[in-house]
Design a protein around this ligand. Structure first.
Ligand code: SAM
Length: 203
């Protein structure tokens, strides 16, 4: 989906994927000491705001200005702050070795940009830093066809495989790397069974 479609989805009153964090992110983030974290494609901020509430210093970005507006409302309600940049990741740069963690939660980027974007992310993470990743796998399509309410991309080129994760985050020590069928219950747009890739790895 492009910026206009994301803005349209986030203009709805309720939070598209809920106000609470993704369950996998909620399980893994507390295992690490809160320092700096980058939240790419943070949408309405459910995960960035959760990280900030847990003591992390959060930098988030997303294409959608409506996503940022919702994220700021959520942050204000939770009485936390985060740095949220609106823009296309093609136009956003950070210094090398800037972040202690990167949280990639359903950060589905355009297929032709996917490799380039993940190579950039790899350089932004400090040595010893961690990636926490959950997104739809290339085997998700039958789940979406059986139950459109589970959501996910229509084009499986923007979804992920274990091999891609190994290539994007080379020589990381994996704490977890799996493809799994999970039951999602996140707001209005991730409801039901889906096939996902999950990765937690240290650079
Ligand atoms: C499925 S949503 C996930 C939002 C959030 N991570 C969550 O789990 O609630 C995917 C997000 O990717 C963002 N996105 C897609 N392409 C992007 C790009 N090139 N640069 C920045 N954000 C992008 C969209 O705006 C959208 O908010």
């Amino acid at each position: 989906m492009n910026k206009e479609r994301w803005d349209g989805r986030y203009r709805e009153e309720t939070y598209a994927y809920g106000e609470g964090p993704n369950a996998f992110f909620n399980t893994w983030l507390p295992k690490f000491e809160p320092k700096s974290i980058l939240m790419p494609a943070d949408g309405e901020g459910r995960n960035g705001v959760y990280a900030a509430s847990s003591g992390w210093q959060v930098t988030a970005f997303d294409l959608s200005s409506e996503g940022k507006a919702k994220a700021m409302q959520l942050a204000s309600r939770k009485q936390v702050s985060l740095d949220y940049i609106v823009g296309d990741f093609a136009e956003i740069e950070f210094e090398e070795n800037s972040f202690d963690a990167i949280g990639l939660i359903y950060a589905h980027f355009p297929a032709e940009k996917k490799a380039e974007f993940h190579q950039k992310l790899h350089t932004y993470l400090k040595p010893g830093g961690v990636v926490i990743f959950e997104a739809f796998s290339k085997n998700h399509l039958p789940y979406k066809q059986a139950n459109p309410r589970v959501g996910g991309p229509g084009n499986m080129d923007v979804a992920f495989s274990i091999e891609e994760i190994q290539a994007y985050f080379p020589n990381y020590s994996p704490l977890l790397l799996e493809e799994a069928v999970v039951e999602l219950n996140e707001g209005k747009y991730h409801v039901g069974q889906g096939s996902v890739i999950r990765f937690v790895g240290r650079k």
